[in-house]
Design a protein around this ligand. Structure first.
Ligand code: COS
Length: 385
């Protein structure tokens, strides 16, 4: 299933994540503290430049390996998993895919050196309806763009040195053209709202972003005017693989915790793993996680092969996130009271963390919509199903 270099990469990555990231996972969650101390070691290992070409200071790897990195990070710390996924897939990718040479030279080397990038799509009225953006960018006579609006649920908002944000480039309601901009944190008019108090992923940094009369030049525009909606959806096609990988890693962490606990916990004179009801739960967990893994790796391969993969990454994200949530809930069932309430085992943190994977970068309902549209398109065009 995996190539030799990918198997070795997993071994190295697992060892790094267990040694450097895992020990702090409980504290970061408890104190809602961002994983600042992890950024340098993650950067040194190349985890912040997994998609960036060498010419811009990156250490690029194939998408299967990238998925493995997010999976292994999330297996021990969901907050680290989402920070890596958002930076690489949502921050670096759009600049790489749609940016000019100057934009790549300006942003990617900094990103490769460990400065985080963010992605601003969601707004109060633009969640599933990605085209509902109200942020406005209006071209001034001076040639500058005047940007006003707010973005919500932005991962790494307070830390990121720049954000790729979507905005409508016309104030006429009938003109829905959306354009993306790369907005610098230190530019006048850019501000960060209060950090969200979240159920899970509490070691990641999530906040509002506000753009108040921000004036930026043409050098901040990403791609052509009006291309922003498609750029955002294309970015999400890839991002969904990494959210699937995150859910998979979290689920794997919960499953390992449950399997070990069931083998040690003695009730009625023998470990609870002697009970078939428990064995069946473990068997379902292992089977579903493996199926999710296959979907994620296959969509990664399709992306690298340049094949259309958006419907497939939607399947991978849909399935992996629902499996991750189910596995975490069943792990808590197997652990009973100690799993649910004490925080002594990672299962309850994972259960809180993994829920986001069914929501972020498109809800399960949106993934089903994307998949169904592809099915119906194939039917209409007489393609094999
Ligand atoms: N990549 C590139 N282009 C895409 C695309 C994709 N994945 N999906 C659609 N498009 C294009 C379409 O081809 C269409 O182009 P034309 O106008 O040239 O025909 C255009 O984008 C509009 O597509 P569509 O009519 O399908 O858009 P809808 O408004 O119906 O929305 C969904 C489509 C619902 C799929 C989209 O809004 C979506 O993915 N929403 C979820 C957003 C999300 O994940 N939000 C959470 C963000 S958390 S970071």
């Amino acid at each position: 299933m995996l190539e030799k270099h990918q198997i070795e990469f997993r071994e190295r990555t697992r060892s790094f994540m267990e040694q450097k990231i895992q020990p702090e996972a409980v504290t970061l969650d408890k104190e809602q503290r961002f994983l600042d101390q992890h950024i340098k070691p993650l950067t040194d290992e190349g985890f912040l430049s997994m998609l960036i070409p060498e010419e811009f200071g990156g250490r690029p790897i194939d998408t299967v390996s990238y998925s493995i990195a997010v999976e292994e990070a999330s297996r021990v710390c969901g907050s680290t998993g989402i920070t890596l996924a958002a930076h690489n897939s949502l921050g670096c990718y759009p600049i790489l895919a749609f940016g000019t040479k100057e934009q790549k030279e300006r942003y990617l080397p900094r990103a490769a050196k460990g400065e985080l990038l963010a992605f601003g799509l969601s707004e109060a009225d633009a969640g599933s309806d990605a085209g509902g953006t109200r942020t406005l960018a209006l071209k001034q006579e001076s040639g500058e763009w005047l940007i006003n609006g707010s973005k919500c649920w932005i991962t790494s908002a307070t830390k990121a040195f720049a954000t790729i944000a979507s905005a409508r480039t016309s104030d006429k309601p009938e003109e829905k053209a959306i354009t993306c901009f790369i907005l610098d944190k230190d530019a006048p008019g850019y501000s960060v709202g209060k950090k969200e108090n979240k159920l899970g992923l509490r070691g990641s940094d999530t906040a509002f972003l506000h753009f108040d009369d921000m004036k930026v030049g043409e050098e901040s525009r990403l791609g052509e005017i009006g291309d922003g909606f498609k750029q955002m959806l294309k970015t999400l096609d890839g991002g969904r693989i990494s959210i699937g990988a995150m859910a998979l890693g979290l689920g794997q962490g919960a499953y390992e915790c449950a399997a070990r606990y069931a083998s040690e916990r003695v009730q009625f004179g023998r470990p609870i793993s002697f009970n078939q009801a428990v064995q069946h739960k473990l068997a379902d967990m292992a089977t579903e996680l493996e199926a999710a893994r296959l979907l994620i790796y296959e969509s990664s391969r399709m992306k690298d092969a340049g094949k259309p993969f958006g419907h497939y990454s939607a399947m991978a994200k849909l399935y992996a996130s629902e499996v991750g949530t189910r596995v975490a809930a069943n792990a808590i069932r197997l652990l009973g009271g100690i799993g649910c309430y004490t925080g002594e085992y990672p299962a309850e943190r994972i259960w809180r963390d993994v829920k986001l994977c069914e929501i972020g970068e498109g809800t399960s309902e949106i993934q089903r919509l994307v998949i169904a549209r592809k099915i119906l398109k194939d039917v209409k065009e007489g393609q094999p199903l």
